[in-house]
Design a protein. Structure first.
Length: 364
């Protein structure tokens, strides 16, 4: 990238974050878009020809000096033809047009600036490497909820976005919010905006009741609901939720590692801590305080957030659901989860059958 670039490209699987960053950059450069020479170009194309027309219009705009003098800013907004698709980067014509765009960006007229946000970019293509030499490229990756630590990442993002609105969370409210919203920044932002309006200027701290009243359950929230169904022994509900997710195209391994494995692991840990240290799950605050007082050997068993602090809320939910669950059963469930996870990765069995058989066992 050139040291003094006047071109900015934002892309990645977190489309909301990329779009927000592009909007912020455009506003900063254009003075909120008031200049006569500024232009926003819709980057949504349904065909190769439409994409080529958009790129041609963009390059023509970049090469033309502003009729009114002063700074000129062009924003190619929501380009959907830079990813690996027949209507996108697989087309040789589009690849060449994007190389031409990079050449254009390398020779911008004085005081001309460019912003682009894309829903997806095929980074294997030569046009991407060329764009990287003439523009500042920033990638925004959606949090992967199939990997350990996703809750902490989502919590950190939610806290940061809430702080921008002068909002804060009570601890149990933050945990519930994380399990209700999706990993998409756009949805998190939308939900926080709703809460901002709902709370008004008088109250700026979000409670659990606020979340339950105002925040809709998302795809990530459904993962949370699957966990709750397993914890409560509601086989029918768990099966229905899993089938719905699979029918919508969710990967079985994602459901396994984001919903089932953490639930079963936390139930085992909760049962062990209850039996060993007499923890009580009557209410969250007293439970959290009891967890903080555990001896060192007890704390080694706790599920941790990414920052290393105990994930007390997840453990609290597990402890509340333990009921008459025996430690031996919790241990068998954990072993069954490990076996099912291996089967999903390495066996030829139908993923749906593996999950449903496991759920039947866990909720028995």
């Amino acid at each position: 990238m050139a040291e003094s670039t006047r071109s900015y490209i934002f892309f990645g699987s977190d489309e909301g974050a990329a779009a927000a960053a592009a909007a912020q950059q455009y506003a900063q450069l254009s003075g909120d878009g008031d200049g006569w020479g500024n232009e926003t170009i819709d980057g949504s194309a349904a065909t190769v020809d439409e994409a080529l027309e958009i790129l041609s219009r963009t390059m023509s705009g970049l090469q033309m000096m502003s009729m009114f003098g002063g700074r000129k800013v062009i924003w190619l907004k929501g380009a959907n033809f830079m990813g690996d698709s027949p209507q996108g980067a697989r087309s040789e014509d589009i690849q060449q047009a994007l190389v031409d765009l990079a050449d254009c960006l390398g020779n911008l007229p004085p005081d001309t600036w460019f912003v682009l946000n894309a829903t997806e970019v095929d980074k294997r293509r030569s046009f991407f490497r060329r764009l990287g030499t003439v523009a500042e490229c920033r990638e925004f990756t959606r949090i992967d909820i199939s990997k350990p630590g996703w809750e902490s990442e989502l919590a950190s993002l939610s806290v940061r976005l809430a702080k921008e609105r002068s909002l804060s969370f009570e601890s149990d409210a933050l945990d519930l919010f994380v399990h209700r919203v999706s990993e998409n920044t756009r949805q998190i932002t939308n939900e926080l905006d709703k809460l901002d309006v709902y709370l008004g200027s008088e109250r700026r701290r979000i409670t659990r009741d606020d979340i339950e009243r105002m925040v809709a359950i998302s795809r990530t929230g459904v993962i949370f609901e699957i966990s709750r169904a397993i914890e409560s022994g509601d086989c029918r509900r768990a099966v229905r939720l899993v089938n719905e997710q699979l029918n919508r195209g969710e990967q079985a391994i994602t459901i396994m590692r984001a919903a089932i494995v953490p639930t079963v692991r936390n139930r085992f840990t909760a049962r062990l801590l209850i039996d060993t240290y007499g923890l009580s799950a009557d209410n969250y605050r007293s439970f959290e305080a009891a967890v903080s007082r555990l001896p060192r050997e007890g704390k080694r068993l706790l599920p941790l957030k990414k920052d290393g602090s105990p994930n007390s809320y997840a453990l609290f939910n597990a402890a509340r659901s333990c009921g008459k669950l025996k430690l031996a059963k919790a241990r068998r469930d954990l072993k069954a989860c490990a076996a099912a996870d291996r089967a999903l990765v390495s066996s030829g069995l139908a993923p749906r059958d593996i999950l449903l058989k496991l759920i039947a066992m866990l909720t028995a």
